[in-house]
Ligand binder design. Structure first.
Ligand SMILES: [Fe+2]
Length: 228
């Protein structure tokens, strides 16, 4: 099965360099692939978030205050708070259920992208960025975050060793594809390509397994049995 179909952008970035449908589809195959993996126990994962949320709320508030002081932060965009959750129990779950399918080490996290200002004139976005600590994200969407949430991929890629500046302005990027990755299905994403998430109404929750050592194209050749 081909990657999720691209649709026309409806985001703040839509005015920037939209590619032809043919080129976009071709690029998309290198950025997003569908996987054949068993669905996780979403209720269990949400219960872990509940436990961890109570435990670490002050840490997350401090992180958001720090985030707001960054150069790229703009209150006009209504940027989400990125909340990562992990614990030994999560790691044990992944080691038992998913790790046996892989020779590369999986680095699990549950991510919540939260609209901190629900009454804002714009729905929340997770602005364009690359993932610093992994080359591939194997994602399962537990909660989409609203009916119109889109995941945008851009043509530009980051230096693989990038550490300190994962964010980029919409103005400096060219949209490659706009996707609805909101179903309860596994997808593998090239997270060294710039990507953003748009139109988050409340909270989006993803279960994500990071792979650090290999590119998405290598992943496809090493794990053909997992590709849909
Ligand atoms: Fe990301």
């Amino acid at each position: 099965m081909a990657g999720p179909a691209g649709i026309e952008p409806t985001s703040p970035s839509s005015k920037h360099g939209i590619l032809s449908i043919e080129l976009r589809t071709a690029i998309n195959k290198f950025m997003i692939i569908n996987l054949d993996l068993e669905n996780p126990d979403s209720d269990y994962l949400l219960s872990l978030v509940d436990q961890l949320e109570k435990k670490d709320s002050s840490v997350r508030d401090a992180a958001f205050e720090k985030f707001k002081r960054q150069q790229f932060y703009s209150p006009l965009l209504n940027q989400v708070m990125f909340e990562p959750y992990w614990c030994t129990e999560l790691k044990n779950y992944v080691d038992r259920v998913y790790q046996p399918h892989f020779t590369h080490t999986l680095h699990p996290v549950i991510v919540r992208l939260k609209n901190r200002i629900p009454g804002h004139s714009k729905l929340a976005c997770y602005m364009p960025h690359t993932d610093r600590d992994r080359a591939i994200g194997l994602n399962f969407c537990i909660k989409p975050g609203g009916p119109d949430v889109t995941t945008i991929f851009y043509k530009e890629r980051a230096n693989l060793n990038i550490k300190n500046a994962p964010y980029k302005s919409y103005d400096d990027l060219t949209v490659a594809s706009v996707n609805q990755l909101n179903d309860k299905k596994w997808v593998a994403l090239d997270t060294h390509c710039y990507h953003s998430v748009e139109n988050i109404a409340d909270e989006r929750i993803l279960f994500s397994l990071g792979v650090r050592e290999i590119s998405l194209s290598r992943f496809k050749s090493i794990y053909p049995n997992l590709i849909v």
